[in-house]
Write a protein that binds this ligand. Structure first.
Ligand SMILES: [Zn+2]
Length: 288
């Protein structure tokens, strides 16, 4: 039963990766005539996942003990293209791959409609793979664990957790921390346990309460974390095809249907709604 599910998930992942590659190739072939993502500044790191996470924060000028306001923006500023796929998959929220001709570019693809807190965790997890692992097609179980260790330190740095996760830890004491740090209650419970701030017994009790309230897959709406959207690809499209976007021309030049192009672009943040419009996620390229 479990094995069949794992195989189905792998099949989904292979199909979704192929889809992401096609979308990436079609759109960047058209868009990179006008604009391209910022130069790549992620660094392969052979240190521990924890040191790699601390280094990634430093390189992005993020303070060591404060929440990351927008994980996708941090990834985009490092030159990674974030691709919003208009597909929903049961088990897959995000995945990363290297695409295009040499030198290949890293892409983090995100699937539609997953809660915002889960998406942030999965994006951080994928950043961990990009920083730590060479072969993203054959990831092994311990490498997923390392990516989770990276995500934990990147999103919830130990130095901050030691002061903010103060006893007694209850679901009510975790609620404001969830909103502040943009992660699930369950991620905070696991972090508290991994840092030995709560015991195995306390962890179990808290998870029992989560289950009893029916929050295992969906945490309460009053603690909702807004789903982040990428912006790089849409900005490239707007530079190339104007604002409001000329969907018909983009569709014609990329040989996709208008509906398909709209579905893809809708996954992106509009320039007007960007938290900080001055932040660069692309650079202009001269058209020959
Ligand atoms: Zn993984």
């Amino acid at each position: 039963m479990l094995r069949a599910r794992a195989a189905a998930t792998r099949r989904d992942l292979v199909a979704a990766s192929r889809f992401a590659e096609i979308i990436y190739e079609i759109l960047t072939r058209v868009l990179e005539r006008y604009a391209e993502p910022l130069p790549l500044s992620i660094q392969k790191n052979s240190d521990s996942p924890i040191l790699a996470a601390q280094q990634t924060r430093r390189k992005a000028n993020l303070p060591p003990d404060q929440p990351i306001p927008h994980v996708i923006h941090s990834i985009e500023k490092a030159g990674v293209l974030v691709l919003a796929l208009p597909i929903e998959l049961e088990k897959i929220d995000a995945f990363s791959l290297w695409v295009g001709p040499e030198p290949k570019r890293p892409v983090v693809a995100i699937c539609a409609n997953k809660p915002g807190d889960r998406l942030r965790w999965n994006l951080a997890h994928e950043s961990g793979h990009l920083a730590l692992h060479a072969d993203l097609k054959q990831l092994r179980a311990h490498e997923h664990d390392e990516a989770d260790q990276f995500a934990a330190e990147y999103l919830l740095p130990e130095i901050a957790m030691r002061s903010e996760l103060a006893a007694p830890i209850t679901l009510s004491s975790l609620a404001p921390l969830k909103l502040r740090w943009g992660v699930s209650l369950q991620a905070l419970i696991m972090r508290a346990f991994d840092l030995n701030i709560i015991s195995q017994w306390q962890k179990q009790r808290l998870f029992e309460q989560i289950s009893a309230k029916g929050w295992k897959t969906k945490e309460p709406p009053n603690l909702n974390i807004v789903r982040e959207k990428p912006r790089g690809l849409r900005k490239m499209a707007e530079i190339a095809y104007g604002r409001p976007l000329d969907y018909a021309r983009l569709a014609a030049e990329s040989q996709l249907t208008i509906e398909m192009v709209k579905q893809i672009v809708e996954g992106y943040e509009e320039a007007a709604s960007s938290a900080d419009k001055s932040e660069k996620v692309i650079q202009l390229r001269k058209v020959e």
